[in-house]
Design a protein around this ligand. Structure first.
Ligand code: FES
Length: 128
């Protein structure tokens, strides 16, 4: 590998990491936009509601968001999972997303409804 190119790539990656604010987030929310758990149209409506809600609530620097194509639940979507708590939600439509944004994302408070369960990542490796 060309050392100069490697260094340039490292600098570019550092810029991306800095501009994204990686390392400064308290939560990461993944939202499935279907197509198996929900129609892509409704999935994208939920995604737009999540994006605008995070912005409106001023959570852009504390909550990272990622749109995904499948979380393997594949029913009652849009399916959402929030880390680090590992809380999974079903049927998080555009109408329900504001509750998630106001109640869970700032402090980790759980929504009363729509919860599939809480399954934090295991600290032990089941394959070891
Ligand atoms: S398509 Fe949404 S969980 Fe599989």
């Amino acid at each position: 590998m060309d050392h100069a190119t490697h260094t340039d790539n490292d600098l570019e990656m550092d810029k991306v990491v800095h501009s994204l604010g990686l390392g400064g987030f308290a939560r990461h929310v993944f939202l499935c936009t279907g197509p198996k758990c929900v129609s892509p149209e409704l999935g994208l409506q939920a995604w737009e509601a999540l994006k605008s809600g995070i912005k409106e609530e001023g959570l852009g620097k504390s909550c990272y968001r990622t749109k995904v194509g499948c979380l393997r639940v594949c029913q009652a979507g849009p399916v959402v999972v929030v880390y680090p708590e590992g809380v999974w939600y079903h049927t998080m439509t555009a109408e329900k997303i504001p509750h998630l944004v106001k109640e869970h994302l700032p402090s980790g408070g759980l929504l009363e409804n729509n919860r599939i369960g809480t399954y934090p990542l295991s600290k032990s490796n089941p394959n070891s």
